[in-house]
Unconditional design. Sequence first.
Length: 132
Amino acid sequence: MAKRRSSLGFLGMFGRSGDLRQLDDALRKADLHPALVPEGVKLTLVNLMNDRWPDEPPADAYQSAAQLCSYCVAGPDVFEQANGREPTLAVERRIEAALEAGDSFDAQIVLMTLHAKLINAEVVERYELRVD
């Protein structure tokens, strides 16, 4: 199977690739407007997904990645107001597991938001995140 390639589009002549459109839709569903996430971060996120699932991500992969990204960017309170208590607890468990595991897909998403300086200060403080 041919490797998927992500595309931001060019001068309106070529459209955004399907994976970036799916990510934008998933970010909206997680109550994070895609315009608040730089294109480079979104491209990195879909590339992480391509590395994890070389053929095709599972159906819920975009939503799952978008929820974690949204939590990191918006912070726990705003995320919970928009998404509810259960999704918030689920994302918090994922972050805790990612911190224990070290190098995991979820850890890479958290680290990406940290390096991009998009991460909410409360998330940094709560999980004692830092860049070495």
